[in-house]
Ligand binder design. Structure first.
Ligand code: FAD
Length: 310
């Protein structure tokens, strides 16, 4: 009898499942230790790439660069550096891009960024900056032969007047040279598939990779969802009901809920996932294990330089 994973993989057309992991740059030595423990734990799962976010308004420019550079130097992982064009001149952005190329980075996640006043304020491009994300993508592609990923919003970007506007913006980013879109997190898979259908009908043919946020802190996730306009289904709230003071059980529920979400996506043909790790490995490791993604050698025997040699 075939295993659950094999059965699911067959439904996905027999294509292998691939994953990528997103981290944020640490602020303190303790956070740095947590991040590197997580990278070391997740690296043997051979992700397609690992991405490192860029703080609002470019506030983590140095820390993002340092983290990405360390990944290049100390691991065999392929890092993707997030980069926004908010509050920066073209010259400043181009310098960051060149710095990444020189450091050996070959993949950038290109973003506009939130308005300096925060989500909900009107976005004004910098007078001497890239005006749109599509401009930024074109600038990066002009600079060097980077792989460029961009964002996508299955439930519309909060600033967007309509799905059509969002699709026009996504199409412009792809026309400018982006080869992958990664979605904002979502909890209702039907919304992702409805968006996918609209994007395909609009002629957008790059992979639109679901961004998966395993929720263990429900209250925090709810706050985030309110800001980003992500729909939090009633059933999800119900699963975490009464567990505010029970982090252990919350974690078990979180793994079950995220596994259910990714299995449903696999059953419906999805083979690529981007996990928002929040710099924690446990939940993501467990979900990848359930997806059949394992370290190549469970014995741990290596050749001196592991995927993460930190
Ligand atoms: P875009 O995709 O360029 O635009 C988003 C929406 O804004 C459009 O869909 C449209 O509704 C509206 N819009 C934009 N331009 C126009 C226009 N010319 N006319 C009309 N409407 C327009 N933020 C960070 O600060 N750092 C990060 O590292 C980071 N990583 C992210 C990773 C992912 C996968 C995602 C989904 C988001 C990330 N963000 C990050 C958040 C992102 O910066 C914000 O959502 C920001 O508000 C929009 O940036 P964007 O590149 O998604 O914008």
């Amino acid at each position: 009898m075939s295993s659950d994973v094999e059965r699911r993989s067959r439904r996905a057309g027999g294509r292998p499942i691939s994953v990528s992991f997103e981290f944020f740059p640490p602020k303190t030595p303790e956070m740095e230790a947590t991040l590197w423990n997580s990278i070391t734990r997740l690296a043997p799962l051979a992700p397609k790439f690992v991405s490192v976010t860029y703080g609002a308004g470019g506030s983590t420019r140095e820390r993002t660069h340092t983290t990405v550079e360390r990944i290049v130097k100390e691991t065999r992982l392929a890092p993707a550096a997030h980069l926004t064009c908010v509050s920066a001149t073209k010259g400043e952005v181009d310098e960051v891009v060149r710095g990444y190329w020189d450091a050996g980075v070959r993949h950038i996640v290109a973003l506009r960024g939130d308005p300096p006043g925060g989500v909900g304020q009107t976005y004004e491009p910098h007078g001497e900056g890239y005006r749109t994300t599509a401009d930024l993508v074109a600038g990066i592609r002009r600079s060097a032969n980077f792989e460029v990923s961009v964002s996508a919003y299955p439930e519309k970007h909060p600033e967007s007047p309509s799905f059509d506007t969002d699709l026009d913006i996504l199409a412009a980013k792809v026309d400018a040279g982006a080869t992958r879109a990664i979605t904002q997190c979502f909890f209702d898979n039907d919304l992702y598939f409805a968006f996918l259908d609209k994007a395909r009908a609009r002629g957008i043919d790059v992979p639109i990779v679901p961004g998966i946020l395993p929720v263990s802190n429900f209250k925090q996730a709810k706050n985030f969802s309110e800001k980003t306009g992500t729909y939090m289904p009633e059933w999800l709230a119900a699963r975490f009901e009464g567990l505010d003071n029970d982090p252990e059980t919350r974690k078990l529920i979180a793994a079950a809920v995220a596994a259910e979400q990714v299995f449903d996506l696999v059953d419906r043909g999805v083979t690529e996932f981007h996990f928002y790790t929040l710099n924690r490995a446990d939940l993501v490791y467990a979900i990848c294990h359930l997806l059949g993604i394992r370290p190549p050698q469970e014995t741990g025997a290596g050749d001196g330089k592991g995927q993460a040699a930190a």
